[in-house]
Ligand binder design. Structure first.
Ligand code: HEC
Ligand code: HEC
Ligand code: HEC
Ligand code: HEC
Ligand code: HEC
Length: 227
């Protein structure tokens, strides 16, 4: 059962990973999340171009007006700006790359929060940039996170992804519109890995229950990761 689940997870992770196909380069926005509600604060856009690209600059425009240009380094760019209250259509453009639009709402209704200090100089706390600017994270993310947090694997039964050293299947390292910087809410999070397995009956029975009320998502002293 564990083996099936583990290989299933591997398959899911493989499917979720952007494939290095022959398709045209495209923008991937790491922060903020699309359709984000944000307070009147500075906005830091972190983006990446997937696939080989000749472009050196990304043009960032807001509601049709150019805000500025951000240099692309190792396919990555950051752009910090302050947006006025209201609805914003931020368009990212670079030669040879499919344009990308992200919608941001600035106002009293907040939702998205940055996890990180949005000073572009603060990326180093997780990305060792001394050697290069590729924004790589070592395979054991846990170590990265453990600089500031409990490593979450101290009890006897360690949950699969945590045991593998990874935190980002569930947490967005840059920011999120959900509590605890989660990538999804409630059972959706668990079902991203546990939908097709033998536990289906159990999960169906608990459809509307909060999974983490009974299960600890990190590690537990009890079997089945029970609290
Ligand atoms: C709290 C730790 C942390 C901080 C601070 C942080 N990142 Fe990250 N970043 C990560 C993790 C972890 C990943 C890997 C995410 C994954 O595997 O899904 C990542 C992934 C990335 C990637 C994608 C790399 C790839 O090839 O897929 C880029 C680009 C990036 N970060 C840019 C930045 C920039 C720019 C900053 C500073 C403004 C920053 N990050 C600050 C933790 C952090
Ligand atoms: C440089 C220090 C630092 C690193 C490294 C770091 N964090 Fe954080 N983290 C913080 C701070 C500070 C907060 C509180 C910020 C807030 O709530 O706005 C926080 C909050 C959180 C929270 C919410 C905690 C709560 O009780 O609400 C989660 C979850 C989290 N971080 C996960 C991670 C993960 C996963 C990683 C690794 C990818 C990571 N952090 C790396 C500093 C860090
Ligand atoms: C399987 C999904 C999953 C993985 C993997 C995961 N977390 Fe969490 N994490 C959660 C959930 C869900 C919560 C909220 C728990 C709650 O609401 O009781 C949470 C909460 C947290 C908190 C807030 C404090 C707390 O205990 O509630 C921190 C800090 C945190 N996680 C850090 C990490 C770190 C570091 C890693 C990697 C070692 C990690 N998480 C891996 C799902 C996960
Ligand atoms: C990234 C994929 C992933 C996510 C997301 C995930 N799990 Fe898991 N889970 C696994 C893997 C892999 C195993 C098998 C290894 C193990 O037993 O720890 C597992 C095992 C379990 C087990 C123990 C099964 C057994 O037979 O002992 C429980 C209970 C569980 N997960 C609950 C949850 C809950 C609750 C959530 C949502 C908070 C969740 N999982 C989210 C990958 C995931
Ligand atoms: C009321 C408490 C409770 C809630 C809520 C709950 N579980 Fe469980 N879960 C258990 C118990 C107890 C077990 C131990 C085996 C059993 O009794 O079925 C278990 C076992 C599991 C297992 C491993 C056993 C198997 O059938 O393979 C997984 C995976 C799991 N739960 C996931 C989830 C997910 C995902 C959710 C949210 C949809 C959830 N659980 C909600 C109590 C709960």
């Amino acid at each position: 059962m564990r083996e099936i689940l583990a290989s299933l997870t591997a398959a899911i992770l493989l499917l979720a990973a952007p494939t290095a196909s022959t398709s045209a380069p495209y923008f991937r926005v790491l922060a903020p999340a699309e359709e984000s509600f944000m307070g009147a604060e500075d906005v830091l856009i972190i983006g990446k171009v997937e696939g080989f690209v000749e472009a050196k600059m990304v043009e960032i425009s807001d509601n049709g007006k150019t805000l500025g240009f951000a240099p692309l380094q190792k396919e990555t760019f950051t752009f910090k700006t302050r947006l006025s209250e209201g609805r914003h259509e931020v368009v990212l453009a670079a030669p040879g790359v499919e344009r990308k639009t992200i919608r941001i709402f600035i106002g009293k209704q907040t939702g998205y929060r940055y996890h990180i200090d949005i000073d572009p100089g603060a990326c180093d706390s997780c990305h060792d940039q001394a050697a290069s600017k590729v924004f790589a994270v070592g395979p054991m993310q846990q170590k990265t996170c453990a600089q500031c947090h409990d490593p979450m694997a101290t009890r006897e039964f360690v949950h699969g992804p945590v045991a593998a050293g990874s935190c980002t299947p569930c947490h967005d390292a840059h920011g999120s519109k959900y509590g605890k910087f989660l990538v999804a809410t409630g059972k959706e999070l668990c079902l991203s890995c546990h939908s097709q397995n033998l536990s289906r009956k159990h999960i169906e029975e608990r459809q509307n229950a909060e999974c983490v009320k009974c299960h600890d998502p990190h590690s537990s002293a009890k079997n089945y990761h029970l609290r």
